[in-house]
Design a protein around this ligand. Sequence first.
Ligand code: PLP
Length: 398
Amino acid sequence: MAGAEFSDAAVPRELLRRRAYNLRWAQQPDDVIPLTAADSDFPVSPAVRERLTQFVADGLFNYGPPEGLPEFRATLAQWYTERRGVPYEPTAVLATDSAAAAMTVVARASLAPGDEVLIPDPVDFLFEHAIRRAGAIPVRVPLAPKTTATDYVAALGARLTSRTRMVWLCNPHNPWGTVPTRRWLQAVARWAVRHRLRLLSDEVWADITYPPHRCTSVAALAPEIAAQTVTIYGFSKNFALAGLRVGAVLCTDPTWREEIVTAADVRSTAAGVSVLSQVAAVAAMQAGEPWLAEFLSHLRKQRDLVLGRLRRWPGVATRPPQGTFVAFPDLSRLDPDAEHLCQHFEHKAKVALVPGSPRWFGPGAAGHVRISFATSREILTEAFDRLDPVVFELASGR
Ligand SMILES: Cc1ncc(COP(=O)(O)O)c(C=O)c1O
């Protein structure tokens, strides 16, 4: 039956309570619904399960090549060529154990202590984390859904110093859910190239967009931009493989790539990506597209459900996400302290959300709350049914 993969019955709540960590089911009290970390509640595609089952049945788990299995590198290069119009060669691909790890490896390879990196404010905490782990300094550039390229470039320029080395972009953007247009990206990337700054484009959300919005790869903009850009990619959002920890760095510059491979420490075998995880990612790219299309159609309905429910809340402003499976409403009229508000929601409504606090997204997230909606219609409806009375009580000032 079409859509059965994403029916209410498809979410195995009891199993999630034992298996889903990172602020989710397994880490919450039994009566709490976690719309927290951006991780799907649905089992992965049949194509991935079948390929893994076959691989396990073969019984061979030997060392893989340091930079990734040949089929992983070739399939990802082809995937990027076909879907995003970036003609990556397999040699451009380095397998990493997650998009998060890919960012830390690029930071370690590309930055020296005291170097500065221009990042959006707000943005996922991993940006700041990766840069600080390299001893470098994240410099925040205010970004709102309506920030024009001209304004963003001006804000970048105002923060440019002799220590600035890179510009990092979240494309599509977590938590805003915006999908930057080609023009917007072009203006920003051209500015970076003109100032001899390297670019990092985190495209872990690239496949989760809602028409007419589409992710444009920064490396697809122009050859001179591609030469200065690394792309970060992953399989946690599009194919629900978060626990398999698999992602990649894509980089065309051979010297820079070599530095990244060295920083990753894969040739010593001290680091490296599980072959099983790479096999899952290959299966997802080769045979998971029909599942991904169903997932997107489910997510679109979930997004509309969230928007419809948020519209009923008095004084709450939100914009429809153009991509990602998170909504990021401004709830400051209910409570300007988002940490406090989320504690209140968890206590009173038994729904866990991510507060827009500096530790998660930066100061620019103040007053907002992030709601992940990659769950079933039933669970999302139940969460809003629980939140409504608490919100109305707060709004009425009681
Ligand atoms: C923008 C962004 N980058 C990276 C990641 C991490 O992805 P992974 O699970 O592959 O490490 C996330 C996860 O939420 C994200 O939102």
